[in-house]
Design a protein around this ligand. Structure first.
Ligand SMILES: Nc1ncnc2c1ncn2[C@@H]1O[C@H](COP(=O)(O)OP(=O)(O)OP(=O)(O)O)[C@@H](O)[C@H]1O
Ligand SMILES: [Mg+2]
Length: 265
């Protein structure tokens, strides 16, 4: 059972009276229903975004490729072919391949499974910085491989935190830190922007809901494998801190030993 469900079960067991119990169960059912509805909406939104992306980028390139091939075919039919036509067909096919590779990598980068969180984070941050013009400074301790669920969870936290920085913070710089101390692995994503509105942060801390599903999704994901998500935010910026205890990974990897430092701008 996931840790948030365990937490809910404990509060139900601690309820003093049948009335309290009924009200708790009602509350939980409402929360689950509203989260499911929001998740379905996000899934639809994601599918819409992908459909648009495929249509607008790869679809357009393939249309241009088809036109180019038709003109090439006509050239062959009338015995007048131009070598540059072939070069253009080749370039368009390359472009379509690049589009498909980028889309599939963004959905789930193969690097994450093959080489782990740090390699996938470097690749993702590099592309993010180019797309957004936000300078991201990476400080990644060499902590080796983590269980797959945790690497995927950390990667999703990184993606959502950077997306939020781009969409909401107005910060031009971000710091991403990965460290391990005393068996606890910590990922921090920090920006220097205008901060999460206090009322919204308060509502998220108390009720677990916010304007979208990004913050709630990160927290649920971390709690699913026994981790935590903490948010600190104010007028000088926001810090997202995801942490999890790793029993099997040797501790004491710190900034001075085996510390990898990179900047993507
Ligand atoms: N780094 C940030 N700086 C400033 N405000 C932020 C930041 N991150 C989140 N917020 C605020 O918190 C709100 C909730 O964030 P959340 O990620 O849950 O939803 P969202 O980004 O609006 O939508 P989505 O569901 O697509 O993630 C945002 O709408 C924004 O107002
Ligand atoms: Mg978001």
């Amino acid at each position: 059972m996931c840790s948030s469900a365990t937490r809910h079960l404990k509060s139900i067991q601690a309820a003093a009276s049948p009335e309290e119990l009924k009200s708790l169960i009602r509350q939980r059912t409402q929360t689950v229903c509203s989260l499911s509805a929001r998740l379905l909406r996000v899934q639809d939104e994601e599918r819409r975004r992908l459909a648009r992306e495929l249509h607008d980028s790869t679809g357009q390139t393939l249309t241009a490729l088809k036109l180019q091939l038709a003109s090439l075919q006509e050239g062959v039919r009338i015995g007048r072919t131009d070598p540059t036509d072939f070069a253009q067909v080749n370039a368009l096919a390359d472009q379509a391949l690049r589009d498909i590779r980028t889309t599939s990598y963004l959905l789930f980068p193969p690097l994450l499974d093959e080489r782990g969180f740090c390699s996938a984070a470097e690749w993702y941050v590099d592309g993010f910085s180019k797309r957004s013009n936000i300078q991201v400074r990476l400080h990644l301790a060499s902590i080796g491989r983590l269980p797959r669920l945790i690497e995927t969870g950390f990667f999703r936290v990184l993606q959502e935190s950077l997306a939020n920085i781009y969409r909401h913070s107005a910060s031009r710089i971000a710091d991403v830190r990965l460290n391990q101390t005393s068996g606890i692995v910590v990922l921090e994503v920090q920006d220097y922007g205008n901060g999460i509105p206090a009322a919204l942060l308060d509502q998220f801390t108390r009720a677990g809901t916010s304007a979208g599903v990004g913050l709630a999704g990160m927290r649920e994901r971390m709690e699913d494998f026994g981790g935590r998500l903490e948010i600190t935010s104010g007028p000088s910026g926001t810090q997202i801190r995801a942490s999890v205890r790793i029993e099997s990974v040797p501790s004491d990897s710190n900034e001075s030993s085996g510390f990898k430092h990179a900047v993507a701008a």
